[in-house]
Design a protein. Structure first.
Length: 253
């Protein structure tokens, strides 16, 4: 079964998906954020999920194992006349909005004077580089000629990547590898002036406290796990266990 979201913001219907296919349905619907109603038909039951309301990696139920009468309020006629969407209320935030809020929260802590006081340019490049690596991994790009991030599958490489974010030497070793691969044009680590004097060296600016914040973000850990406070800053819970950069628009990175 190939999951192909439609451009019409009404509903999806899936017939007898396997367990793995159903997991993929939830993940793709959440990441595409294109339909508010998701019907899943099984041999002896029909479930209805809210396509834009979810907990962790699973859409919330509207109707579970329902009868025909249970679905009257969600009929196609009621979808067309707008009653369904009045019933569901205002559309929740899309997945890209969650992603942007996660990034804003982490960056604010990194650069704030009463936070970790990191140079904004360094924070921007550091976050951008981590997002770019996530994008490459989700697009199943292989990293050859290096021993830092290894793994046969995307999930193995993603786990390896996230495990080294807080390790300054390892993560910057991989950053250097990536920068060399792209001829230093993507999120450069070092800048020099016209006299060849170094005016920016990110490795010397970033410390383990900065990396720990981003490790918590990408691993959905510590105060980012449930959306708790860090010092005086309230953060949204991290959804990096859910984001799929294979489908999230690359323009966001």
């Amino acid at each position: 079964m190939t999951i192909q979201p439609h451009l019409i913001n009404h509903f999806f219907f899936f017939d007898n998906p396997t367990e793995q296919e159903e997991q993929d349905i939830h993940k793709h619907v959440i990441n595409f954020s294109l339909a508010q109603l998701v019907f899943i038909n099984r041999d002896n039951s029909l479930d209805l999920f809210h396509g834009n309301n979810f907990e962790n990696s699973h859409l919330n139920y509207l109707v579970k194992n329902g009868t025909i009468r249970d679905f009257d309020d969600y009929s196609f006629v009621n979808q067309l006349n707008g009653k369904v969407y009045k019933k569901l209320g205002v559309k929740n935030k899309s997945i890209d909005t969650f992603l942007l809020n996660n990034i804003i929260d982490a960056r604010r802590i990194l650069v704030a004077k009463d936070g970790l006081n990191l140079l904004p340019k360094a924070a921007n490049r550091l976050i951008g580089r981590l997002l770019f690596i996530s994008y490459l991994i989700d697009r199943d790009v292989k990293f050859s000629d290096q021993e830092v991030i290894k793994g046969i599958t995307k999930e193995e490489r993603k786990k390896a990547f996230r495990s080294i974010i807080s390790n300054k030497d390892l993560i910057y070793k991989f950053f250097s590898y990536l920068t060399d691969k792209h001829n230093g044009e993507i999120f450069p680590l070092i800048e020099k002036d016209s006299s060849d004097n170094t005016i920016y060296n990110e490795y010397e600016i970033v410390n383990e406290s900065h990396l720990n914040i981003l490790s918590h973000l990408f691993n959905c850990a510590s105060f980012f796990q449930n959306g708790e406070k860090y010092a005086n800053y309230v953060v949204q819970r991290s959804l990096f266990d859910l984001y799929d950069f294979e489908v999230i628009p690359v323009e966001l990175i």
